[in-house]
Design a binder for this molecule. Structure first.
Ligand code: NAD
Length: 364
C-alpha cells in the first residue's frame, strides 16, 4: 500500500472542528496517510506574531500535497489574505471547484455537475492598487490623461487588472488537461472580451489557440453576464468552465449556490507540482467551537485530494459514504435539515461518526 505524507493545516474559526472531522473519515477509509500538521491563522498570530510561519510553506514544498481548514483574513498583520499569500508563494495558479448535486441537499436544481476552474494569480487580485488622493494615484491619473486622452476623476481609487499570455495559457491548458483526465466533454471560457479587449480579449485569444490543440474536447466561450443568466436558467448545458480570477471567484459561489450552498462546496488550489485542498467557505467565526457547522465541504475536498494522489478507490469509498449520509438525512448538521432549527440536527463530530459507520459498513 502506498504511503503518503500530507500537510495538514487546521486553520482557525471553524477550521479545527471540520479538520478533525475530515481526518476521522479519511482515516476510516484505511488509506495510508501520515499527517504533517502545521498551522497558520489567528491562533498562530497570537503566539508567534505571524499568521503564516515559514514552516507551513516548507512543509507544503516538501510534501507537495496539503489540505487546510479556512483561515480568517487578518486585519493589520501586513497580509491582505493568508490564503492569497499561500497561493502566490506556492505558485498555485489553478483553483478547481467542482459543484455537484447530492440528493438530500436542499437546492432549486438537481443533477448539476459543473467544474469551475479559476485562474488564481493575476487579474484584479494581483493586489496592484492606487489609493484615492495619494501622490502616485495623481501621477497615474495624469499619465493616463496624457497617453490615452481619458480623464479619470481626481477623487478615484484605482485597481489594476493584468492578464498575461503566460497566466492564461497555464490555466486554459490546465482546464483542457483536467477535462481530458476526468472524461469531461466540454470547456467553456468565460470573459468580457467585448469591453476589455486587451485583458479579457487576450484571455479569449489564448483560449482559442489552446482549444485548437484539444480536438477531442468541445470548446466554446460565453460573456460573463450571459453566463450568469445561463447558469441560472440551464446549468445542465455546461461542463467545465475556465475563468480569469475575479469572474472565477464570483461564478464559484454562484455554482455553489446551484448545488445547495457553501456547506457542500469543495475546492483545490493546484500548481505545477504542489496542490492544496480546501473548502470554498470561510472560517465562519460566529460558529467557532460550537460543534455545529457542516464538515461536508472539507470532507469533499479530501475526496479531491485522494483523487489527486491517485487513491481512487478510497476517494470513491469516502464520497459514497458522505453522499449516503446526506441522502438519508438523519445524522446531518442544521443546514442540511428541512428547517434550520430542526432539533434532530447533529453536530460536526456526530456527522463524521455517521460517515465513518457508512465507510465501515461498505468495507465489511
Ligand atoms: P464564511 O464562508 O466563513 O461564512 C459565511 C456564512 O456561511 C456563515 O455565516 C455561515 O452561515 C455559512 N457557512 C460557512 N461555512 C459553513 C459550514 N461549513 N457549515 C454551515 N454553514 C456555513 O464567509 P465570511 O463570513 O465572509 O468569512 C469569514 C472569514 O473567513 C473572513 O475572514 C474571510 O476572509 C475568511 N475566508 C477564508 C477562506 C479560506 O480560508 N479559503 C475563504 C473564504 C473566506
Amino acid at each position: 500500500m502506498k504511503h503518503h505524507v500530507i500537510t495538514l493545516i487546521p486553520g482557525d474559526g471553524i477550521g479545527p472542528e471540520i479538520t478533525e472531522a475530515t481526518v476521522k473519515v479519511v482515516e476510516a477509509t484505511g488509506v495510508n496517510i501520515e499527517w504533517d500538521t502545521v498551522n497558520a491563522g489567528t491562533q498562530v498570530y497570537r503566539k508567534e506574531g505571524t499568521v503564516l510561519p515559514d514552516r507551513v510553506i516548507k512543509s507544503l514544498k516538501k510534501n507537495k500535497v496539503g489540505i487546510k481548514g479556512p483561515i480568517t483574513t487578518p486585519v493589520g498583520t501586513g497580509f491582505r489574505s493568508v490564503n492569497v499569500a499561500m497561493r502566490k508563494l506556492l505558485g498555485l495558479y489553478a483553483c478547481v471547484r467542482p459543484c455537484k448535486s447530492y440528493q438530500g441537499v436542499k437546492s432549486r436544481y438537481s443533477n448539476i455537475d459543473l467544474v469551475i476552474i479559476r485562474e488564481n494569480t493575476e487579474d484584479l487580485y494581483a493586489g496592484i492598487e492606487f489609493k484615492k488622493g495619494e501622490m502616485e494615484t495623481e501621477e497615474l491619473i495624469n499619465f493616463i490623461k496624457e497617453k490615452k486622452d481619458t480623464r479619470i476623476r481626481s477623487d478615484s481609487g484605482i485597481s489594476i487588472k493584468p492578464i498575461s499570455v503566460t497566466g492564461s495559457e497555464n490555466i486554459i491548458r490546465f482546464a483542457f488537461e483536467y477535462a481530458r483526465k476526468n472524461n469531461r466533454k466540454k470547456v467553456t471560457a468565460v470573459h468580457k472580451a467585448n469591453i476589455m479587449k486587451y485583458s479579457d480579449g487576450l484571455f479569449l485569444e489564448v483560449f482559442k489557440k489552446v482549444a485548437s490543440k484539444y480536438d477531442d474536447i468541445e470548446s466554446e466561450d460565453r460573456i460573463i453576464d450571459n453566463m450568469c443568466m445561463q447558469l441560472v436558467q440551464k446549468p445542465e448545458l455546461y461542463d467545465v468552465l475556465v475563468l480569469p480570477n475575479l469572474y472565477g471567484d464570483i461564478v464559484s459561489d454562484l455554482a455553489a449556490g446551484l448545488v445547495g450552498g457553501l456547506g457542500v462546496a469543495p475546492g483545490g488550489n493546484i500548481g505545477k507540482d504542489i496542490a492544496l485542498f480546501e473548502s470554498t467557505h470561510g472560517s465562519a467565526p460566529k460558529y467557532k467551537g460550537q460543534n455545529k457547522v457542516n464538515p461536508t465541504a472539507m470532507m469533499l475536498s479530501a475526496v479531491l485530494m485522494l483523487r489527486h494522489i491517485e487513491e481512487k478507490n478510497y476517494a470513491d469509498l469516502l464520497e459514497s459514504a458522505i453522499a449516503e449520509n446526506i441522502r438519508e438525512g438523519k445524522y446531518v448538521t442544521y443546514d442540511l435539515k428541512p428547517h434550520r432549527d430542526d432539533p434532530t440536527a447533529v453536530g460536526t463530530s456526530e456527522f463524521a461518526d455517521a460517515v465513518v459507520k457508512k465507510i465501515k459498513k461498505a468495507g465489511s
